[in-house]
Design a protein around this ligand. Sequence first.
Ligand SMILES: Nc1ncnc2c1ncn2[C@@H]1O[C@H](COP(=O)(O)OP(=O)(O)OP(=O)(O)O)[C@@H](O)[C@H]1O
Ligand SMILES: [Mg+2]
Length: 270
Amino acid sequence: MEGAPSTHILKPAAAWSHSAHNEAVVVTLAHAAGLTDRAVWVEDVQGTAVLVAERYDREVCHGGITRLHQEDMCQATGLRSVDKYHIGWPSERMARLLRQFTDSPTVEIEKLLRQLAFRVVVGDEDGHGKNYSVLLNSGKVTLSPMYDSLCTLIYPELSGRMAARVGAQVSLAKVDRAALVDEAKAMGIPQREAETCLGELSSTLRTAIDALGPRLTEGWPSERVIGVIQARLDRLDSGEPLGRVSEESGQQSSTFDEATLCRGSSPSQR
Ligand SMILES: Nc1ncnc2c1ncn2[C@@H]1O[C@H](COP(=O)(O)OP(=O)(O)OP(=O)(O)O)[C@@H](O)[C@H]1O
Ligand SMILES: [Mg+2]
């Protein structure tokens, strides 16, 4: 209000059924996996479910709120927003940027791998260049916490084609542990560290799923999202492709944004 910094982002569910609840569960799992320290929840606003997300680009000090500088990976790498689905391999652009500008590239690139692997595991096809960001605070660049993630696999109208390739794989159905390890290697992360990251992600997510409370899971078909994630975790651990053949993209190749627009809602209203 009147130029004051906002502290929360509000996203009403519009195009995709239960998207606010879906995102609340997925980002809560990201929180439990240590990928963000900000909370999310769902509010009912005059009959519309609205996702409320605490902003990570704000700092409360001396009772006031300060804006932190953030740039999404399109801005940070000089890509136009319209090219957000052409971020290329994370290893090529995002990891290179983190290597160049952060004080602790090993830590930051490993955070990037964890965010990327998380999206893969929860079945989120929309990991484009504006869904990863960096923060600039006190002259230091760091990867931002995770945001804007939901299980897109529960919407059969979507292609299941990931916004960016992981290893040699583009489909959420075919991507597997080996592809994630390949991606990690291309980012400069040795296989052993990559395996450790994936193992930790798997065990923290299993614990986090068991800890999801009724406030997040009741009143909508949350078992669909949870079932998809549990099945993908099992396959991550066994080394199989993470999805089933029935989830494989057919002829469709539209992006999440294109599919959202076709449903008559702008992506930012979703
Ligand atoms: N928790 C948060 N804290 C700070 N900034 C955020 C947070 N969540 C989102 N943002 C910022 O707001 C932008 C839009 O939010 P978000 O990605 O959730 O919406 P969207 O409509 O899904 O966008 P898109 O279609 O581009 O993915 C993000 O690119 C990011 O810069
Ligand atoms: Mg986004």
